[in-house]
Design a protein around this ligand. Sequence first.
Ligand SMILES: [Zn+2]
Length: 343
Amino acid sequence: MSFPVTRMRRMRRTEAFRSFVRETRLTPEGFIYPLFVCPGEGIRKEVRSMPGVFNLSIDEAVKEAREVKSLGIPAVILFGLPEKKDEVATGAWADEGIVQRATRAIKREVPGLIVVGDVCLCEYMSHGHCGIVRPVSTPQSSSTGAGAAAAVATEYEIVNDSTLDILAKTAVSQARAGMDIIAPSDMMDGRIAAIRTALDEAGFINTPVLSYAAKFASGFYGPFREAADSAPQFGDRRSYQMDPANFREALREIEIDLEEGADMVMVKPAIAYLDVIYAARQRFEVPIAAYQVSGEYAMIEAAARNGWIDRDRVMLESLTSIYRAGATIILTYFAKDAAKLLG
Ligand SMILES: [Zn+2]
């Protein structure tokens, strides 16, 4: 049947009709709210490029976590800004590390809230890379100035296999602190198997792993690096994060992580990669998470501050589209504001 028998506008005439036939219902039940935890007390420092997002000391993070739970958001994910950084990411796996201490405090003060631990090393490494850095060859001592810097910048590698041990150690230490879900974001090969084995050996057989499986080397991460103070001091992350051009490779990454034992997988960023989310949803029978990253948040905030878009409307539309593509879980800096509007 076609027009005039078929009239698509019939079911759009009133909000009652529209909501009656709505296919995707936006609720906060799949939200994860990111928290950036820093040393000190009573600290609440706004991230310049992410208005409304703060570096929080543990006491403030607990308050924030309490508010998150009261808004019906089930989970937070923790990122840590350690006191000190070094070449072996001590702050990531120390039992008294910032994330471990924050986890214990939140689990104690806000029971029932799911705490997810981002497992990576970049925030704890002096060089800001997600793995161990090894020089490939010594730069020539005769070179000076900009040439020398360029030579150093290209002559290093991020070592895969020895990084796995540190990641596994970090995951176990977080689980010991009470972390509910372990979420590795480093993109080293074999890390899911290494982490699963280490968790099981330490007795954490019931701690699930949410893998950042398809994490693209994206320009949309810019503001996060300020928030987590994790920008690489040299080079970039293209030797371990994925090429934004590659869709089939993303599915392969997801498949491999599931074979290694991931319980859930993530696509990151979200809006620029909805095709990957959709395809993952069609192909894999596991919960799919999507990370609406700092740059996605910052663009909406900035345009809204200029009066160029309606912030709340674009916020809800962006979240709806991520669910519509097939995500079950959304990590988003909008979690609290969206939950307030939806509530
Ligand atoms: Zn990292």
